[in-house]
Design a protein around this ligand. Sequence first.
Ligand SMILES: [Zn+2]
Length: 327
Amino acid sequence: MALKVCVGVDVGGTSIKFGLFTNNQDSGLQLLDKWEIPTNTSDAGSHIIEEIASSIKAKIADNKLLPENLDGIGVGVPGPVVDRSIVRSCVNLGWGMLDVRKALREALGETGEFAHINIVVENDANVAALGEYTIVSTRKAYRSLVMMTLGTGVGGGIVIDGQIMSGMNGAAGEFGHMPVLYDETEYCNCGKKGCLEQIASATGMVRLAGRRVPKDTIDRWSAGDSKQLTAKDIFDAMANGDSQAEAVVDEACSYIATALANITCVINPEVIVIGGGVSRAGNVLIDRIKKYYNEKAFSGCKDVEIILAELLNDAGIYGAATMGVTG
Ligand SMILES: [Zn+2]
């Protein structure tokens, strides 16, 4: 039987990551090759799809494969996606409304040797959730997973029975904009006030520190490299025994736990994966989230596992490749 491969594509604002995987029924996805190209955002991002198509074609040839070996391509994009194909807008890429599947199919040659392949497009945070699901499912047969990504913003994704739940407008899993701060006076990037992202993202934690901690303490925490306070500075200060830093992390974790307790009441998932740059803080973060989660969660949802993401930057290509195979 011919070797079957699939490609996962993770389109970001600065680079596009690709993973070429073999897809074997027994062993699942195995990474064969991984590469990236810069994201060409010139001309309103109109060259991006063409460059994805040519990069995939070139790698298929480099790996001495034929178009017929390629089963599917999954693509994660930084914006809401409907019908597993259509983007309403991707600000970071310069895209307005775009049918990504159609455009990629055309770029690959609509009637040519790539015409048979399956193409699936989804929001990048949802795709990352599916990537983590793929990995945790190699250890145990999970049916439901929620991922929360704590990065510059807060995102997330929901996977039920191996399928991403993306919602009518592709906005399912947008946990960053759950209202949790009822007396917030500043606006979130989304135009509302009181979103989880305003306190639980890396920038949110920095903002919180600015409100709770005297300026001279902040200057001390951020005395290192950039002189600009980062979430990592706060975690470092906490690791050095600073109780004010610990209070900031505690407050952020308490709101993360509130959001998770709300999410689990609705989804009742088996596992929650915490990812994104802030998750590099590791178990000090997870342990605090668990502590507050146990205080806030409904009893029927308390036995959920809360774990750190494993794939980090590769979650996107694994999730996208999984979509490419499973459709
Ligand atoms: Zn918001």
